[in-house]
Design a protein around this ligand. Sequence first.
Ligand SMILES: Cc1cc2nc3c(=O)[nH]c(=O)nc-3n(C[C@H](O)[C@H](O)[C@H](O)COP(=O)(O)OP(=O)(O)OC[C@H]3O[C@@H](n4cnc5c(N)ncnc54)[C@H](O)[C@@H]3O)c2cc1C
Length: 430
Amino acid sequence: MAKTIIVGAGINGLLLGALLVREGDEVLVFEKSRRTGGRAFLLEKDGFVVDYGIHLTRFGPQSALAAILKSVGHEVRFRKLGVSYVHDGGKMKIFPTSPGGIFKSELFSIGEKLRILRLLVAIKRGKYDDLMDVSLGEWMREHGVDGGIRTYFELVSASVMVCPFVEKASAGELFRNLRKVLVTGHSAEYPVGGWEPIHRALVDIISAHGSIVTGTKVESLVFSGNRAGGVKAGGRIHRADRVVINAPVQQAVSLIPAKLLAPGYAALCKQLVPTSGVFVDAAIDSTVSPLDGLIYTTKPAAYGCITSNLSPGLAPEGKQLLTMFYPTSREDIRNRTIAAKRKKELWAAVLRCLPGIEKHLLWKRECALDMIDGVQVNVDQTGDKRPGVRVPGLEGVFLVGDSVSAPGAGGDVGNESVLAAFRAITGKSL
Ligand SMILES: Cc1cc2nc3c(=O)[nH]c(=O)nc-3n(C[C@H](O)[C@H](O)[C@H](O)COP(=O)(O)OP(=O)(O)OC[C@H]3O[C@@H](n4cnc5c(N)ncnc54)[C@H](O)[C@@H]3O)c2cc1C
């Protein structure tokens, strides 16, 4: 039986841990904070179960997450979203998530409806997949995209890529995402029952054949030559056959002695820019809206949903839980004055979409975070430009998480990295 140490109990560390347990490994997870879940942790307050910001899974049952959960014996159903809307020009307009929605949406003129359909057909056929190094802004200029179609792509970039900066977002990655949506018929979806049962199942699977030690920070990895043989944590050395680091690669690299790293590798990891933004969760004392799709706003480019309409158990009966997210730059978030302004802009946008909500507000949680996803999939940071699951020149050490080189954007990068790390460790695919 091989022994694996995992540094970090984020969702991707837990997913990989559960897969390795199913392979017969003994798994020991060290988590520096007092709780598991990392950036996908859950807050329970006054009967509300609140995700850390909006937490949808791209492609639902066709996602890497679904495949992993099925493989560890915890199959999850996903709930498709209902009709989505965008608050634009003082009105709520249908935000299309299907060709039918395009014809119903007031976001586009008649001519734009026909044009965007042609573009989506070309995207579905893979015509634009190879534009990884071309920004969405550049592509829109080249194709004369403006008006409602431009607004549509800007919002898709803000939500799918978590990157509202069209001059940075990779057009190729965005189109690959859209193509998968069009081919599979599955867009962003929410796990039926929410995230709590998923966390609990993963913790239980690992705990049955290993353990999760919270409140213990790994100080460094220990090596024998170029092979990782364990970690230093809690003042002692813990031996293992291999070590997986789940901390974002920007931090992970500091756990490996610099002298063992290939030239330029530490810099490559540390300079990766994450996605950033502000979010607000609002607990509401009554049923204020039946909306069960995404709610977008154009000014600012923000989006969210009434999570309790997707999974009723997340709010006490007769109450609702709303979450809205406004992606912005890391510089904005690091400047306290600007971050506070972004929070105000987001709340003002919420009030425009759902007027009257304020008088039903029980409480709200507002956060500004400089890391939402480990990496912004922009033209400088597409998968081929990021570190892989193996560390060059070293044996027995693997990286897993949402800044590693893996397909997709946002959170699915992390879930895809679990598949890649599992393949690298066991030689098997799911
Ligand atoms: C507000 C918000 C909204 C989001 N919305 C979505 C969404 O809608 N869809 C989506 O797909 N994704 C979304 N994401 C992204 C998603 O949450 C992340 O991709 C995912 O949680 C990352 O998980 P991870 O396991 O890779 O990393 P992390 O969650 O960062 O886990 C790493 C863990 O390692 C621990 N750690 C670090 N260093 C050490 C050490 N030295 N010793 C021990 N432990 C250590 C950390 O404490 C942490 O628990 C969102 C994120 C946020 C913050």
